[in-house]
Ligand binder design. Structure first.
Ligand code: AMP
Length: 253
């Protein structure tokens, strides 16, 4: 079975995001970009499936600007076998919306016929949490969203899902979609030789036109604002003062 892993290039999770002064979006000048952290987990899980003999090939795919090549190389360096870059934008501020991404991924699935699509539950830049679900709908495939554990046996997958107040275990027939949560695994680091080896792995570049997919956006971002700054705290001398403030100033008790 092939495993397809869609990976998105996003602002590195350690970066303190700044909003552009005109409020049109996030400032990306000189900002470190990395693979979406949930997608790193999906890549790791796909590689573990191949190492366990449950998958034959791991294909990483990214949709975006040519520099998304870097995160595909990172996926190859930790063990993915092949990469596909769909060159869909030149301006890094252009975010391809989940429906367009899902349509492109459907086209890749139609071509590659993977048994499993393992992807992040959400991209940390736009927090959409929509692409996996849309892809499952477009393909008519079963989906296990927010999965924290995955077992593949033959043409069945058993996933443990993180739901409110507990865990849910579900079984689905493959081919299917699994979107991964933080606790599924700890991604490995690439070794120096594997970074070198990754440069020789198959790497294909395509365009949305190759797949006949219209990627025009359907949403307009009206404005982006920074979160309000928190007011400084106050140290009170006694519990009585605290109760007084809660009663008479904050009026919460
Ligand atoms: P989202 O629905 O935007 O929160 O993204 C959920 C998941 O869809 C991500 O974790 C990725 O696995 C995948 N995805 C979203 N956008 C892209 C993209 N431009 N290229 C590749 N995969 C993507």
């Amino acid at each position: 079975m092939k495993v397809l892993v869609p990976v998105k290039r996003v602002i590195d999770y350690n970066v303190k995001v700044r909003v552009q002064t005109d409020g049109s979006g996030v400032d990306l000048a000189n900002v470190k970009m990395s693979m979406n952290p949930f997608d790193e987990i999906a890549v790791e899980e796909a590689i573990r499936l191949r190492e366990a003999g449950k998958a034959e090939e791991v294909i990483a795919v990214s949709i975006g600007v040519p520099k998304a090549q870097q995160i595909l190389r990172a996926a190859l360096a930790v063990g993915a076998d092949r990469a596909i870059l769909i060159h869909a934008a030149d301006d890094p501020h252009v975010d391809i919306e989940p429906l367009a991404v899902a349509k492109l991924l459907k086209a890749v699935v139609d071509e590659e016929q993977p048994g499993l699509v393992l992807m992040g539950k959400q991209a940390i830049d736009n927090d959409m949490n929509a692409t996996g679900q849309m892809l499952a709908a477009l393909l008519g495939y079963p989906q296990a969203t927010f999965s924290s554990e995955l077992n593949v046996e033959g043409n069945e997958a058993i996933a443990v899902r993180e739901v409110d107040g507990g865990l849910q275990v579900i079984k689905m027939q493959l081919p299917g979609i699994v979107t991964v949560d933080l606790r599924m695994n700890e991604p490995r680091y690439p070794s120096l030789p594997s970074i070198q080896k990754a440069k020789r792995k198959p790497f294909e570049t395509r365009t949305p036109e190759d797949y006949g997919v219209d990627i025009s956006n359907r949403l307009e971002i009206i404005k982006t604002v920074e979160p309000p700054t928190r007011k400084a705290g106050e140290i009170l001398p006694t519990v009585g003062d605290l109760v007084d403030k809660l009663q008479n100033e904050a009026e919460v008790i």
